[in-house]
Design a protein around this ligand. Structure first.
Ligand code: PMP
Length: 299
């Protein structure tokens, strides 16, 4: 159920059912909020948040891009996230920090509107399920890098993702794949994509994608496992002919792709994906000391 105990709102923990805002909240109307998504996992030494500082830094950088001044610094946001995770007493879950223009000013120039910060936590199973997924190329193009800022998690950017995702699921697929304005592969609505070809990993370069933190983690893991990783523009044909493919993202984690546009890939969960996925889950579950600097243990 989408519910937990407390939501942190502007410095205070508020019971979940009381965490309400006014309907004339700027960001509700114009998509001017910025947000993050993190996960925490149960480890032997307590729940651990994965790459906390990196997510907080991306939240702040999204805010800077839209000239929003969050009234809390990185250290305060990190502490607030830890406090919220502790208060909710969940073993594992998803964390949603949201900075938004609140109640007090409307119109398309939000400067002067109050900026609010909330942090919610809930239990969320893997977003795409544990099986490998059937994917459909979207008729919606990933928004042009000159139409918005691709590296920022602006709420408004996600209408593009919602259109693509809804189209794919309404046609019976599990997830969409968006192409960029040049017809090259960009990413999923909330995931980055990798393919495996001849034992090497390939993924689209930054520019038309949100270069995710899971993507970065997978690239590091692969290199440490001796698997070569190359960032290069990918065509649909390269995916149809790939040995393996998978999505990465905080919510989706490492999700193998079974088919794209009804072309079955050679493997639905191939050996390279399996190796990377196993390593990733060992890391997030605190079973791999080499990467323990990626975990913030909540005592
Ligand atoms: N692309 C988009 C559009 C996303 O929303 C996300 C989720 N934040 C990702 C990729 C994956 O990013 P991350 O691994 O940082 O969650």
């Amino acid at each position: 159920m989408l519910e937990s105990k407390y939501i942190w709102m502007d410095g205070k923990l508020v019971p979940w059912k009381d965490a309400k805002i006014h309907v004339i909240t700027h960001s509700l109307h114009y998509g001017s909020a910025v947000f993050e998504g993190l996960r925490f996992y149960g480890t032997e030494i307590g729940s651990a948040i994965f790459r906390l500082e990196d997510h907080t830094n991306r939240l702040i950088s999204s805010a800077v891009s839209i000239k929003m001044q969050i009234p809390f610094n990185a250290e305060e946001i990190n502490s607030a996230i830890i406090e919220t995770v502790k208060a909710n007493e969940l073993k594992n879950g998803y964390i949603r920090p949201l900075a938004y223009y609140g109640y007090g000013k409307m119109g398309l120039r939000p400067e002067g509107a109050p900026v609010n910060l909330s942090i919610a936590v809930w239990h969320w199973d893997n977003y795409l399920g544990t099986e490998s997924v059937n994917v459909k190329t979207s008729s919606f193009m990933r928004f042009h890098p000159k139409s918005s800022i691709t590296t920022s998690k602006f709420a408004g950017n996600y209408v593009n993702s919602i259109l693509a995702g809804t189209e794919a699921t309404s046609q019976g697929y599990d997830e969409a794949l968006l192409l960029d304005y040049e017809g090259k592969v960009a990413e999923g609505p909330g995931e980055n994509i990798f393919i495996v070809s001849d034992g090497h990993l390939f993924t689209p370069p930054p520019g038309n994608i949100l270069a995710g933190i899971t993507r970065d983690s997978v690239m590091t893991i692969a290199e440490d496992l001796g698997i070569r990783v190359e960032e290069k523009p990918l065509t649909l044909d390269e995916i149809y002919n790939a040995d393996e493919a998978f999505f990465t993202g905080t919510a989706a984690e490492v999700a193998p792709i079974k088919s794209l546009d009804d072309h079955d890939l050679k493997n639905s969960l191939g050996p390279v994906t399996e190796k990377i996925r196993t390593t990733f889950f060992n890391i997030v579950n605190g079973k791999d000391d080499k990467y323990k600097n990626w975990l913030t243990v909540v005592q």
